[in-house]
Design a protein around this ligand. Structure first.
Ligand SMILES: [Zn+2]
Length: 386
């Protein structure tokens, strides 16, 4: 275990230098092979209430304007939206600790969305109706097949977004097969666009509910994976938009979970490296809008009225994303983001350490620069512990 303090100022990084006035010092702790910060310091930085601990639960504020974490769990509720974290919350000398990766890739974009520098002027929504043609997607006796469901919702979403002033591009408008890479590439033709992929889920017959995927940040595992792999350190085109991706996922997921209206059916914002997410050069998400394989979900999602309501909620989420990016917090009841205008002059210095187990002996330095937020995020190789 080691502790270090890093200082940064607006214009640059001060490593080992005397901190300039107005700088913020994050105390980084290396625990379990990666960097952590104390949840107390996170609360202080974002001007959240100091953490209230009860068993494994740690609360900073409540409800739509608060955060809940659980020690040893890879899960958080941030301003009412459920998230899968990159790494478990851990504990050090009785203090709950949040991984630096989650601070940078989840908390920062959600707490201060107006500081995300990219994608603010998006005018186009690319709607990707999953599957089609020879690829029927998930099927069961309980539901219309996935390839048809995705197109039905896409066709309902399109006029709603157009009425809201967006240009809409569909990756398919009929029952045809399209390669995944070709779908992601459609967004490249539209500089100011976002990409929304529609899918439906399949699992055991008891599994229900809605989940929304954003691309896993480089250096973190996908939600479905228990451990880091070497390949998890690769940075893809889509990782340039990490901040936008998670904010868009949060905004749309919040509306979708409202539609489902039952916390048990809220499976949260998750992380994966799906082709349409990692190859897409624009902010992108993938929605799994209910389970084809469950009798109750199947009946709901096959209903045209429910499909229309789903389209309406996706549209509302996209509008929320737009206003969060441009204006920051909307203080309407139930809105999702708490932010900290007073800390405007503060940048967060983040120097990455990678789990030593992932670095081959004598390997080359691993360096990634992720610019999805305006946080400096550098991954140098630390030749220690060999
Ligand atoms: Zn699918």
């Amino acid at each position: 275990m080691w502790v270090t303090t890093l200082q940064a100022a607006v214009a640059g990084l001060y490593l080992g230098a005397v901190p300039a006035p107005g700088t913020w010092n994050w105390n980084l702790f290396e625990l379990e092979g990666r960097d952590y910060v104390s949840v107390d310091q996170v609360a202080e930085f974002y001007r959240l209430p100091q953490p209230a601990r009860s068993g494994d639960s740690v609360k900073l504020g409540t409800g739509d304007k608060g955060v809940e974490l659980w020690v040893s769990r890879k899960e958080a509720v941030v301003n009412g939206v459920r998230f899968s974290l990159c790494f478990p919350v851990t504990e050090h000398r009785g203090q709950p600790m949040l991984s630096r990766k989650d601070l940078v890739k989840v908390f920062e974009p959600l707490m201060r969305p107006e500081r995300i520098p990219f994608g603010k002027a998006f005018k186009t929504v690319v709607i990707d109706a999953g599957h089609g043609g020879g690829d029927r997607g998930a099927r069961s006796r309980w539901s219309t097949e996935e390839a048809q469901l995705t197109l039905s919702v896409a066709k309902r979403l399109r006029p709603l977004l157009e009425a809201a002033g967006f240009k809409v591009v569909m990756t398919r408008i009929r029952d045809e097969f399209k390669e995944l890479a070709d779908r992601a590439a459609v967004a490249e033709n539209y500089e100011n666009s976002i990409f929304v992929s529609l899918h439906f889920n399949s699992g055991d017959s008891a599994a229900r509910g809605v989940e929304t995927y954003a691309l896993a940040p480089a250096g973190s595992p996908s939600t479905a994976s228990e451990r880091l792999r070497m390949s998890d350190f690769q940075s893809f085109a889509g990782n340039a938009n990490d901040g936008n991706n998670v904010l868009l996922a949060a905004a749309v997921h919040r509306r979708m979970s409202q539609l489902w209206g039952n916390a048990k059916l809220d499976r949260g914002v998750k992380r994966a490296r799906f082709v349409v997410l990692y190859q897409c050069k624009r902010p992108s998400i993938l929605i799994e809008g209910g389970f084809v394989s469950n009798p109750e979900d199947g009946k709901l999602i096959s209903n045209p009225d429910f499909q229309l309501r789903m389209a309406e909620h996706i549209k509302l989420g996209i509008l929320d994303y737009q206003s969060l990016l441009n204006e920051g917090v909307q203080y309407e009841p139930g809105m999702m983001i708490v932010m900290n205008r007073e800390a405007e002059a503060v940048e967060v210095p983040m120097v990455e350490t990678s789990p030593t187990a992932m670095i081959p002996r004598g390997g080359l330095p691993i360096t990634t620069v992720a610019i999805g937020t305006n946080i400096l995020d550098v991954t140098p190789f630390r030749p220690v512990d060999f």
